[in-house]
Design a binder for this molecule. Structure first.
Ligand code: GUN
Ligand code: ZN
Length: 426
């Protein structure tokens, strides 16, 4: 047993459904008690300390103890090519992404980048990521091995592509099925690791491959499935050309059993009314990647409309299409995108998206993303005065959210004063 002291912030409800003030619990002087990697108590500091008088105490002072951030869509193999100057999605994939991903058949390279990736995410307070790997099983082994060594809850899968990709980055329908199945059996449920079936997106899979991966998912409904959907107009037009028999982009996945609860649809920006209805009816999660959507020039995700319609939505960096490893930077971008649509987000909604919201999108809403007894003790300790510019603004704050918002808008890894993984400071 150990006790952490600081301001504590967590959600008791969804701030998109109830007023933000009714959706959260904040203690100005709070405590989190942790035992065996799980949270056992959260409350006012004095009450928690009195209940557990023998527990050692770590005092984080004025810093905010939050659930660790949950990044619902990343490409760890793109770590080294983040912030590559370029044009549109397809050019960016061909020019930077595919040449770098081709290197991940080399286990040493994969291990080096996986280690670097988790160093960066932990420094940013991100305690769970959902990653695309490359077509190489070695890239999946490197990712899960690196996460396992650190005791992380991490999800990911082999990216499958059997058409419209370079030869050295192509598998086949059969090998995608066989490799994905073997990796799923090897890693899913080991420690805190979870496998995710991963067709990259419709343009890089044949019908046979989509069918094979849909079959694998039907055989293993306990795992998640991730792919990209309707990120750019050129991509959507290409999908219409490649799959003329499908009603629309969503229907391509639907036809092959790749739509349902546990489907993580990255981007989902340009959707028709029919596609929105079908995604909601199927219970798929939509993953908003705002720094990527502005960086690659993809478009403005309709957070307000989709939330009102009842969609389940997570938040993600999409590194290296995204331009930051920080979920704080990602919250800022989500705020700015919403502003450009004329539908501002409350800071409580942004923080919820980066923690409990993303956890719910991954079907892990009862496991991570919330400070409450029984949840895993993955935590980010956030300094709300991490730079002179932030500190001088926060000093004027009269409310919790006035104190937090400068860190959302201007914060980065300097704001993360500690990260805890299963109760262990890393
Ligand atoms: N669509 C297909 N692959 C990718 C990728 O790696 N990044 C982004 N942003 N979009 C994609
Ligand atoms: Zn992506």
């Amino acid at each position: 047993m150990q006790i952490l002291l600081g301001q504590t912030l967590t959600f008791t409800d969804d701030p998109f459904r109830v007023p933000p003030a009714d959706a959260l619990r904040h203690e100005r002087r709070g405590a989190v008690a942790i035992e065996d990697g799980k949270i056992v108590a959260v409350g006012p500091a004095e009450a928690v300390r009195t209940a557990h008088p023998a527990a050692p105490v770590t005092d984080h002072g004025d810093a905010l103890i939050s659930p660790g951030f949950v990044d619902a869509h990343v490409h760890y193999p793109q770590t080294a090519i983040i912030a590559s100057w370029g044009k549109r999605l397809i050019d960016w994939l061909n020019l930077y992404t595919f040449p770098e991903e081709a290197r991940f058949g080399n286990p040493d390279h994969a291990a080096k980048i996986a280690t670097r990736y988790f160093d960066l995410t932990l420094a940013n307070g991100t305690t769970t990521a959902v990653s695309y790997c490359t077509i190489h099983p070695e890239s999946v082994d490197a990712y899960f091995s690196a996460a396992q060594r650190r005791g992380l809850r991490a999800l990911g899968g082999k990216t499958c592509m059997d058409t419209n990709a370079p030869d050295n980055l192509s598998d086949s329908a059969q090998s995608a099925y066989d490799d994905s199945k073997a990796l799923l059996e090897k890693w899913h449920g080991v420690d805190r690791l979870g496998y995710v079936i991963t067709p990259r997106f419709a343009p890089t899979s044949t019908r046979a491959q989509l069918e094979a991966l849909g079959r694998l998912w039907s055989e293993h409904p306990e795992v998640l499935m991730q792919t990209h959907l309707s990120e750019q107009h050129e991509e959507i037009a290409w999908v219409a050309e490649l799959f003329p028999e499908a009603e629309d982009y969503v229907d391509v996945y639907d036809r092959f059993g790749l739509l349902g609860e546990g489907a993580l649809m990255g981007h989902a920006i340009h959707l028709s009314p029919r596609e929105r209805d079908r995604l909601r009816e199927a219970g798929a999660s939509l993953i908003h990647c705002p720094t990527s959507n502005t960086f690659i020039g993809s478009g403005l995700f309709d957070m307000d409309g989709l939330m009102r319609a009842g969609h389940r939505i997570g938040l993600a960096t999409d590194t290296g299409g995204g331009s930051s490893f920080s979920m704080l930077r990602t919250m800022a971008a989500a705020y700015e995108v919403a502003q450009l649509r004329g539908t501002p987000l409350h800071p409580a909604q942004l923080w919820w998206l980066a923690t409990a919201g993303s956890a719910h999108a991954l079907r892990l809403g009862d496991t991570i993303g919330t400070l409450a007894p029984g949840f895993e003790a993955d935590l980010a300790v956030v300094d709300l005065a991490s730079t002179p510019a932030i500190a001088q603004r926060a000093a004027r704050a009269e409310t919790l959210w006035e104190a937090v918002f400068p860190t959302i808008m201007m914060g980065d890894d300097r704001a993360i004063s500690a990260t805890y993984v299963a109760g262990r400071k890393v």
